[in-house]
Design a binder for this molecule. Structure first.
Ligand SMILES: Nc1ncnc2c1ncn2[C@@H]1O[C@H](COP(=O)(O)OP(=O)(O)OP(=O)(O)O)[C@@H](O)[C@H]1O
Ligand SMILES: [Mg+2]
Length: 263
């Protein structure tokens, strides 16, 4: 096989975390070991959730994979590239929306794609319209972020993360601020996008049912230090739907996970 063919055959969107530890030093000099001994590999296209109690290091782990926080030891790799900063193939939705207050909703969603220069203005506009419909805010493109509720702002931030069809999608409790019905709607929209484009997804949530519904696999984290205490496959059939929630395995896996999570 030629070198070019080998490059083409390489998996795209593999996320690997190896030997990762993260220490924070507080202002008073006290050290927090936020993450310790984190090792996992996510094959391209897998949907993985991270479940764990508050403070176990979920956001820190995602920020290291996103290249926003340096590792203390070990690190993260995307397709064998060591993560050293934000990567254009990675889309991120944070725990809080982080929209630019002086830009309209439409401008906020379009900004990362415009900065990258891969699409024409017309293509970006069409994609923004489709995403505004998906997040059920079709009329909101011209509004300013401060004119929207917190949940609406969060939906705008999710649209922004999805606009570029990222090969790797990192989501930190993206639906935590939403009401239950909007959350279920966006769970299904996210799965539809995932089925279509097959990004590798690393999805942080506190919600056990959400993790089971969405994922191929759930990593359970424990606290002090933040570490992975279980790696559970979710063998439920896809595509998932309302019927999935009624399957006996859905409740059984949820109960197993609940028993594992420290509280
Ligand atoms: N910038 C920082 N400086 C110092 N300590 C930090 C910093 N960021 C996080 N920590 C500490 O690291 C630990 C993990 O925090 P992290 O935000 O990753 O938890 P989490 O699992 O995302 O929690 P939650 O579910 O509440 O969002 C906590 O003890 C936190 O206080
Ligand atoms: Mg967090």
């Amino acid at each position: 096989m030629s070198a070019a063919a080998q490059v083409e055959a390489a998996p795209e969107g593999e996320v690997r975390v190896s030997g990762l530890a993260k220490r924070f030093t507080g202002r008073d000099g006290t050290e927090t070991l936020a993450l310790s001994g984190i090792d996992f590999t996510i094959p391209p296209g897998q949907f993985v959730s991270i479940l764990g109690p508050s403070g176990c290091g979920k956001s820190t782990l995602l920020r290291v994979v996103a290249g926003l926080t340096p590792a203390s030891t070990g690190g993260a790799w995307i397709d064998a590239r060591r993560v050293a900063g934000p990567d254009p193939m990675v889309g991120i939705a944070f725990q809080r929306p982080v929209l630019l207050p002086w830009m309209t909703v439409r401008q906020n969603i379009a900004l990362p794609a415009e900065l990258e220069g891969r699409w024409s203005a017309a293509e970006i506009a069409a994609r923004v319209d489709a995403l505004l419909a998906m997040i059920r805010l079709p009329e909101a493109g011209g509004r300013m972020p401060n004119e929207l509720s917190g949940g609406m702002q969060q939906r705008v931030a999710i649209a922004r993360a999805l606009l570029k069809d990222p090969g790797v999608l990192l989501m930190d409790e993206p639906f935590g601020a939403l009401d239950a019905l909007t959350r279920e709607h966006l769970n299904d929209e996210l799965l539809a996008i995932w089925e279509r484009n097959r990004p590798t997804v690393l999805f942080v949530t506190h919600d056990i049912a959400e993790a089971v519904y969405l994922s191929d696999r759930v990593l359970v984290m424990g606290v002090k230090p933040g570490r992975i205490i279980a790696d559970i496959a979710i063998p439920l059939a896809r595509p998932r739907s309302e019927a999935t929630r009624g399957e006996p395995a859905f409740a059984r896996i949820g109960a197993e996970l609940r028993a594992m999570i420290p509280h």
